[in-house]
Design a protein around this ligand. Structure first.
Ligand code: SIN
Length: 281
């Protein structure tokens, strides 16, 4: 199938260059430390049109990173991932030769919350010489590319998302149950409607999705795996090569991402600020 869903709109202040025909645009001619309402409106429009924005050479302090993301809404504090002491809204994802950490599965962020994030803004602080790219998938297109029969089958279905699938491994059972009281499993629609664009998207996170509500374990596994395969279609993906001070800004409501763990022992440190979202419908 030939994919080209991206129209090129006119922008007066920023430069917007799509990097694929389905998702992602590089934004230039902007300094994220020096913004006004007109530039922010253009960034917002480009974000909704391309789902993931990429910026290069944005030498932001941690405070400036927080300030930039605050333009788009309320910030959330991650309950499990290591954060920066002076800026608890910033989480750190870091791999060193001694310790490896990567989000190496297709996912949307923090879907175990009742209201999962609206979006995230990740900045590259330390980038390995090779590897460590991040891939993004357009989950609106993933939904649109399903057959009518599958769309009909899944419209109105719900999946159960749990923090414990990703953050409960190796943790004593009593502690998992204790945390479950604070973060009870959540039922989210498999197909959600975007509050701004009105588009329908598949809403999934392999690292948090446990089952599909009302199905037997076998039925649920089979459907989940069929749907997980949708994110793997190259035509609905883009891949971002990081540089120090590059930024990726994604809409968590209609995309998934995957951090490719192919940088061996290379030092990779990225920092993320995440926006509070609303309850998927
Ligand atoms: C994330 O899942 O938020 C991090 C992605 C990355 O490390 O590239």
């Amino acid at each position: 199938m030939r994919v080209d869903t991206v129209g090129v709109a006119d922008y007066d202040r920023i430069r917007v260059e799509p990097i694929t025909g389905s998702i992602g645009a590089e934004i230039s001619n902007v300094d994220l430390r020096d913004l006004d309402d007109e530039i922010l409106d253009e960034i917002q429009d480009a974000w909704m049109a391309h789902k993931v924005l990429f910026f290069h050479d944005q030498d932001l302090t941690q405070q400036q990173h927080v300030d930039y993301v605050s333009w788009f809404g309320e910030l959330e504090i991650h309950p499990f991932v290591k954060n920066v002491e002076a800026h608890p809204e910033i989480i750190v994802i870091e791999s060193t030769p001694e310790s490896f950490s990567a989000a190496e599965t297709w996912h949307s962020d923090v879907t175990f919350r009742e209201s999962p994030p609206l979006g995230s803004v990740l900045i590259g602080r330390k980038i390995p010489k090779w590897g460590g790219d991040t891939c993004f998938a357009n989950m609106t297109l993933a939904y649109e590319m399903l057959s009518d029969a599958v769309k009909e089958e899944i419209d109105g279905m719900y999946a159960i998302h749990s923090y414990a699938k990703a953050f409960g491994t190796g943790v004593p059972a009593e502690e998992v149950e204790q945390m479950r009281k604070k973060f009870p499993d959540q039922k989210h629609p498999l197909v959600r409607t975007h509050p701004v664009t009105g588009q329908k998207s598949l809403f999934m996170a392999r690292n948090f999705m446990l089952t599909i509500d009302g199905m037997t374990p076998d039925e649920s596994r089979s459907l989940r795996h069929r749907l997980y395969e949708q994110s793997q279609i190259p035509e609905l993906q883009c891949r971002f090569r990081w540089r120090q001070n590059s930024i990726a800004q994604w809409d968590n409501r209609c995309t998934q991402h995957y951090a490719v763990p192919d940088h061996g022992g290379g030092h990779r440190r990225v920092e993320r600020v995440t926006l509070v979202g609303d309850r998927p419908v």
